[in-house]
Design a binder for this molecule. Structure first.
Ligand code: FMN
Length: 193
């Protein structure tokens, strides 16, 4: 069974995106995946505090060892992130920075949302650069949700038909690409940092 970590990148105590996380996790389960939902607020990593480079994997803190094991266990990721000031939240960059090999050669689907019309597109573009630096493979098919508060209420997330279709396409591609990446013989990492 494919294990997908759904990583919630909200830094706000309101977590407008929580029903979006539940929606995409349900869809992944329906597609046959095993899902680990990671709420970065609950994970509560401090600001990056390892003395050694992540690529050396010589972690000294228990919180890093735990995070490493959790990311290692995943075959693929779905990042659910709000847009903050034209990018993605710092809490997510911090969680990404902690590790190196654990992210390598795994596909990543993006679900972004925002308070305005941009639907988190700018956050998604910024995130793609970082994912590529960590040898992840961002999936082109993505979900982008504008005016998030119009789609979330007490009963959960109310996607329109296009969002549903986009999510299904993203999940299909994520699982397909994951199967191919799994067969890659892990080469030595090429970065020297
Ligand atoms: C610091 C900050 C910056 C924001 N910048 C943007 C932005 O650039 N574009 C946008 O569409 N919404 C922006 N918003 C609105 C959030 O995307 C929106 O409130 C969203 O619901 C937050 O999701 P969350 O509660 O799950 O963290 C911003 C919100 C905050 C707190």
């Amino acid at each position: 069974m494919v294990r997908v970590a759904v990583i919630s990148g909200s830094a706000s105590p309101n977590r407008t995106g929580a029903p979006v996380v539940a929606w995409i996790a349900d869809k992944l389960r329906a597609a046959g995946a095993e899902v680990d939902v990671v709420d970065l607020q609950d994970l509560a990593l401090p600001f990056y505090d390892e003395p050694n480079l992540p690529r050396l994997r010589r972690y000294v803190h228990q919180h890093t060892k735990d995070w490493s094991a959790r990311v290692d266990a995943a075959d693929a990721f779905v990042f659910v992130a709000p847009e903050y000031n034209g990018s993605f939240p710092a809490i997510l960059k911090n969680a990404l920075d902690y590790l190196h090999h654990e992210w390598h050669y795994k596909p990543a689907g993006l679900v972004t949302y925002g308070g305005g019309l941009t639907a988190g597109f700018r956050g998604a573009q910024a995130l793609r650069q970082i994912l590529a630096a960590l040898y992840m493979v961002p999936i082109q098919e993505a979900v982008a949700i504008p005016f998030i508060k119009e789609h979330v209420d007490g009963s959960g997330f109310r996607p329109d038909a296009r969002m549903d279709q986009a999510a299904d396409g993203m999940i299909r591609e994520l699982l397909r690409v994951q199967g191919v990446l799994k067969t890659l013989n892990m080469p030595e990492p090429k970065t020297d940092y």
